[in-house]
Design a binder for this molecule. Structure first.
Ligand code: TXD
Length: 323
């Protein structure tokens, strides 16, 4: 038997897809197939990245493709295909458009990469992951969504900047759906084991002020996507979502068993049955290997319930639209 590099297929060669391809190469995670419906564009992007291989020093193959044939045999797939909302388009219009795209992507994956692990990034995230699992028919441990790694990284960054400490020592997690109702877990946030709230109270010498500062960081986390959109004017965040999905893919490819907040299928955990919601999971060679349950107090559980309801409403809306 000959050894073989893992194959990573990226469906959607737009802003995030391009960075995903470059990061996959820089980290030598495996050979890359970049798929997009736009002719020549994924071929151009992969050629551009591949031509830096001497400078960056990576030995992986990068190919662009406009057919699903090109993703044949992929081990892991990251999906960013979708359209942003255009003027005059309602939320339901966008939902229908993107649901149709995800449905066609799922069918392509099912046919050409039936054993793959799939990480969805396309928005509305929780709904698109749900559809991906439905239309591939893959077991739930092989279909997941990326949102929580990014939301948690944003929250951790704000905490590090506020406390003037290395972000490497900050552990802060965000649970729930990917939207305004996400649940940053303040009580568990810590700097190498030291509770963040305690550090804020020491910094300001005042509990009310510490709470005010934390509340502002929580709000900024919830609205962080919009903050970047507001600055970019065209398009949304793409470096950080790509890095986040790569961390998930790497944990699976290398069987690292990292504990990463992931949009995963719940069967009773956190009081949720039959829905995809962001929770900490163990990501390893078998994809979502285990859901980690943390104890939530009354207030946190209430916030989680609100977030789960938002996901349920989205899934119900898709049902009404025929998905
Ligand atoms: O954390 C998160 N989950 C997110 C999600 C954070 C930021 C952005 N997030 C969402 O990711 C965003 O709302 C979008 O739904 C996706 C992709 O964002 P990106 O910035 O990469 O969007 P682009 O640049 O518009 O790229 C989308 C590509 C584009 O090249 C289209 O031609 C392509 O998708 N596309 C398709 N590819 C394959 N198959 C089909 N049918 C298709 N339709 C469009």
């Amino acid at each position: 038997m000959a050894f073989k590099r893992p194959k990573i297929a990226l469906i959607g060669g737009g802003q995030i897809g391009g960075v995903l391809a470059q990061l996959s190469a820089l980290r030598e995670l495996g050979d890359v197939a970049l798929f997009d419906i736009v002719e020549d564009m994924p071929q151009g992007k992969t050629l551009d990245i591949a031509e830096a291989s001497r400078v960056d020093g990576f030995d992986v193959e990068l190919k662009g493709t406009n057919t699903y044939e090109g993703i044949k045999g992929a081990d892991i797939i990251i999906v960013t295909a979708g359209l942003p909302r255009k003027p005059g388009m309602s939320r339901d219009d966008l939902l229908t458009t993107n649901a149709n795209i995800i449905k066609s992507v799922a069918e392509g994956i099912k046919e050409y990469a039936p054993d793959s692990y799939v990480i969805v990034i396309s928005n509305p995230l929780d709904a698109m992951v749900t559809l991906m699992q439905k239309y591939t028919g893959f077991p739930a441990n092989r279909v997941m969504g990326q949102a929580g790694v990014l939301d948690s990284s944003r929250f951790s960054s704000f905490i590090a900047w506020e406390l003037g400490v290395s972000v490497k020592d900050v552990n802060a997690m965000v649970l729930g759906g990917h939207g305004d109702t996400m649940v940053p877990l303040v009580r568990y946030a810590n700097v190498n084991g030291c509770p963040v709230m305690e550090q804020l109270v020491k910094k300001y010498g005042d509990e009310a002020k510490a709470k005010e500062v934390m509340d502002a960081m929580v709000e900024r986390t919830k609205k962080a996507g919009g903050e970047v959109v507001g600055l970019l004017k065209t398009g949304s965040a793409f470096y950080s979502p790509a890095s986040s999905a790569i961390a998930m893919a790497e944990s699976i490819i290398k069987d690292q068993k990292r504990v990463l907040p992931t949009c995963a299928y719940l069967e009773g955990q956190y009081g949720v049955d039959g829905y995809y919601v962001g929770v900490p999971v163990v990501l390893g060679a078998n994809g979502v290997e285990r859901i980690i349950e943390v104890d939530l107090d009354e207030e946190e559980q209430k916030a989680m319930d609100v977030s789960v309801n938002a996901v349920k409403n989205l899934v119900a809306d898709m049902g009404k639209l025929g998905f």
